[in-house]
Design a protein around this ligand. Sequence first.
Ligand code: AMP
Length: 533
Amino acid sequence: MSISEATTVPAMLADKAALGTHPAIVDGDTVIGYADLHERVRGVARAYLAQGIEPGDRIGLWAPNRHEFILAMLGAQYAGIAVVPLNTRYTGHEAAEILSRSRATAVVLADGFLGKSYSRSLRSATADGSGDGTVVPGLPHLRAVIALDDAEDEGVLSWSEFLDAGSSVDAATLDRAAAAVVPDDVMDVLFTSGTTGVPKGVLTAHRQTLAVSRAWALGADLTEADRYAIVNPFFHGFGYKAGMISSLMAGATIYPVPVFDATALLELIQSARITVLPGVPTIFTSLLDHPRLRDYDLSSLRFSVAGATAAPATLFHDMVNILGFRTVAQAYGLTECVVATMSRHGESLEHAAQTTGPAVAGMEIRVVDESGVDAGVDADGEILLRGDSVMLGYFEDEAATAAVVDEDGWFHTGDVGQLDEHGCLKITDRLKDMYIVGGFNVYPAEIENVLRKHPAVNESAVIGVDDERLGTVGRAYVLLLHNADPRPDAAELEAFCRRHLANFKVPREFVFVEDFPRNAPGKILKSELRTHA
Ligand code: AMP
């Protein structure tokens, strides 16, 4: 069966139910086949309707990667309810703020992840709200709190209580709700703040999420034979759209990975014969740096995308030559348009390492200079995107939408890149990470790529810091490989950079660190490095 062409979640699930017992999800001992998935999702959809959650509502979903996340998400979308996934690292205050702004009518959460109780942190964050008889005081729109684990607190429904109550809704009501879902209905609202600022809710329709997922599945050549380990968080576009939905559209099997642990992941790859494993570069550098890497059989690995942030060029070679992937590709996108480009089939490793590929079907790309004129081949400029998959807009924020989407429909990404003669996009850096030394633009990603080539360096992050004479100079934070021997000092790294980079790009300072502040997908938070600089 080929990759689904469906443009709504109910149509996609009905389509794939024909795969019968073929596993859609394997989560520890839980195996859910495609026909069963369809039935279970219908059960969850009924349960939302039984709580009085209506098509057109929004619900929050605050949980790590596990099979119930998938059921809770698709169940809502099946009934025309949009999902607002919440970052698992959020505090109660941050989650409450987003639930309040999106006027979510229910929240499904996992208690006990990373030792936290999300329901309690939500209640304590809103404790000063009026005790007005609502489920969570201070969140008046919230009608139901559903816990995936045991519900210990009053007013919180356990997952099984929630599902049981669904039987009060008859099948005809459910069928009507599913049939009313159209491709233009909002499917999800992903809150993003980039790395700074107040989070904005990105609105995406069913047809758009399914189109980017399909583009990714096509680029990855996903088939029913694939076993896809999803380490990228389900609450983020990479784990959700390029992960969960792509896998389902292709009839592949999802292995949700709740927290990244290199040893556990190597064991999973070996025992489940994982074929597809995309991730942020740090996942692969950690696997490569694992002291017992050679003890594992990784021969099943077929396809990877090391993306979502600048990937060191040497990493691609190591992923093929040491980890054994047959193909390593790149893709470029952002929450506002999750898959904009992807490497071409049969691309050389050299080219795939350097560019993120051409625009996927239905998308156009331009790279423009400060005055909005096309920058020309191989010249830096801001990346603009236009096409079917660019978000509908930011949730109830016309001004913020108008600030990034111009009158001609071009979305201004805030990323700097280049188009090569094949129309393949190379990401230079984020506009806001660029800094200027003595009048010259410096793109930290270029310096980080050079540092990665040093045999003792695992990862680095370069930022601009104030300097009396030059205005700004570079500072590199460096994480060495655990077994680096000898361990270089700052002078050696500086000399190494000097051999590869123009003088103005060489960082003035090198700071050795044990780890970096990171967001949940594993990207380094440069904003935090800057705050503490
Ligand atoms: P997010 O909205 O969290 O998905 O973050 C999107 C940002 O990740 C983009 O604006 C880029 O700065 C960065 N990004 C995405 N894909 C790539 C890539 N292939 N290479 C480098 N940076 C990337």
